[in-house]
Design a binder for this molecule. Structure first.
Ligand code: ADP
Ligand code: ADP
Length: 226
């Protein structure tokens, strides 16, 4: 049984000039531990699909399930990273990473330890007590990834997480991400505009096409890992 099941998913945004079909009968099963890259031109529905999986967008028809549960709201099992992490400027990097833990009053001690491990793994060691304005964009994005992972979600959803960064930082973070993913065994859905990035990271590349938003191709990469 797949971890994520997307079945006949349709989403339409009503606008003043008429309805926009963002997703039209999208079907996709994602296995536990699989890394999916989602590519396609602007407006093909990538962000919409990711938001639905994150439980941040309702009003769709068809089915989106995580395990046996229909996705209707944000879940502890799912971590999300957007293009620019919204770090709170008055909190340190560690305090920002711990935010999702504090929000649900989880065991702070255990999760602080985990946050520190994640920071070390992703190259943020030593930045615990810095403030977001003291970090580069690449470092802030690393913090965003740690924040998404701190509660140890099963699924990591990323929407062009490195889109705002320069090419070298991107390449570096891609390598880091692949390393983290291989170790942690997360299920990842990664939206990108970059085919090389998709091929480098993913087990399967899912290609979408616009008008209407549909999956046009699924390309297995099939390279051995490690
Ligand atoms: P992508 O992430 O691939 O660029 P999106 O999911 O953002 O695509 O958008 C898919 C389509 O839905 C586009 O035509 C876009 O203009 C439209 N759309 C997205 N969000 C909204 C919204 N909140 N209101 C109206 N139309 C939207
Ligand atoms: P909490 O730990 O209760 O969630 P935060 O750490 O988010 O609080 O915020 C610390 C304090 O800073 C709060 O009293 C909050 O009201 C205040 N604050 C809110 N917005 C800002 C801001 N933009 N700049 C500085 N301080 C803020």
């Amino acid at each position: 049984q797949p971890l994520i099941r997307i079945n006949n998913l349709c989403k339409t945004y009503p606008t003043r000039s008429g309805d926009t079909v963002a997703l039209d009968k999208v079907n996709l099963d994602i296995g536990d531990g699989e890394f999916i890259a989602l590519v396609g031109p602007s407006g093909c529905g990538k962000t919409t699909l990711l938001k639905i999986l994150a439980g941040l967008e309702g009003g769709f028809s068809g089915e989106a399930r995580l395990g046996n549960v229909a996705i209707t709201k944000p879940s502890l099992e799912v971590g999300v990273v957007f293009q620019e992490p919204t770090l709170l400027p008055w909190r340190t990097i560690l305090e920002n990473i711990m935010l999702p833990v504090e929000l649900v009053r989880m065991d702070t001690k255990t999760y602080t330890k985990r946050a520190l491990e994640l920071m070390e793994m992703i190259g943020l060691k030593g930045f615990e007590n810095k403030y977001p304005r003291e970090l580069s964009g690449g470092m802030r994005q690393r913090a965003g990834i740690c924040r998404a992972l701190v509660r140890d979600p099963k699924v990591l959803l990323m929407d062009e997480p490195f889109g705002a960064l320069d090419a070298m930082t991107r390449e570096f973070l891609n390598a880091e991400l692949q390393r983290i993913w291989m170790r942690a065994g997360k299920t990842v859905v990664f939206v990108t505009h970059s085919i090389p990035e998709a091929v480098f990271l993913a087990d399967r590349v899912v290609v979408m096409s616009p008008r209407p938003g549909r999956i046009s191709e699924i390309v297995p990469i099939g390279l051995p890992r490690e």
